[in-house]
Design a protein around this ligand. Structure first.
Ligand SMILES: [Fe+2]
Length: 229
């Protein structure tokens, strides 16, 4: 499996706090059946102290060497989870954040407290620069109805949900299923932090059982390998 949204890189955001914790998280990912991991530290988050792009690149290079030395059989890729910022498009033009694995695709976290009225302008601007957007954990934005999301979906806008949202007791279980039923889910990722449980295998089995093998293969393998690897 391919996990496109993780906070495994050590000591850069609210994810893994040190290398030992990163290794533990990677070992768990491998157990879950994941062999490709995109590390996506936060940037521009109003809640988290974030490192700069250049600092992240340096830490990632060192990290991949150390993971290899530890003998773990996993492929690592770099990106950012980019929190919406009023200057996000300027930041993009100045190369201040990372797309996923250097491809033309951006993992974007929207504000939670209000709908971004200018989203369609933003999407259009990125489209003009050949960039696609993946909206991170789309189920979490309470202001977005399924109807609204159908309207927002376009050829350069993709939706990601978290694997944990498909666990029955989860607050967003219903919404995540409505999205799957509507065919609006392009990616499912762990969004793993040191203090969260990795549910990718369970989520994969859940989607296979309830929505069919073709849908599961598309979400967990085909879309990420075609668009990001
Ligand atoms: Fe995240």
């Amino acid at each position: 499996m391919i996990d496109i949204h993780t906070h495994i890189l050590p000591d850069v955001d609210d994810g893994a706090r040190n290398f030992e914790e990163s290794l533990k998280m990677i070992k768990e990912s491998i157990k879950q059946g994941i062999n490709h991991i995109v590390v996506t530290p936060h940037i521009f988050s109003p809640y988290i102290k974030c490192k700069t792009k250049n600092e992240i690149i340096k830490i990632f290079d060192e990290f991949t060497k150390n993971v290899k030395d530890a003998g773990l059989n996993v492929n690592l890729y770099l990106g950012h989870e980019v929190s919406y910022h009023i200057r996000i498009f300027d930041y993009f033009k100045h190369g201040e954040f990372l797309t996923l694995n250097n491809k033309n695709i951006i993992l974007l976290e929207l504000p939670y407290d209000r709908e971004l009225e200018t989203f369609e302008d933003l999407q259009y601007n990125f489209e003009c620069y050949g960039q696609s957007l993946i909206l991170a954990h789309i189920e979490r934005y309470d202001y977005y109805s399924i109807r609204k999301l159908k309207h927002l979906k376009s050829n350069n806008v993709y939706f990601q949900i978290n694997a944990s949202s498909l666990m029955k007791s989860h607050r967003y279980f219903k919404k995540a299923n409505k999205l799957l039923k509507a065919g609006l889910v392009d990616f499912i990722a762990s969004d793993i932090h040191y203090n969260r449980i990795n549910h990718m295998q369970e989520a994969y089995e859940f989607v296979t059982k309830n929505y069919g093998q073709d849908v599961a293969t598309k979400i967990f393998y085909d879309n990420p390998s075609q668009l990001i690897l």
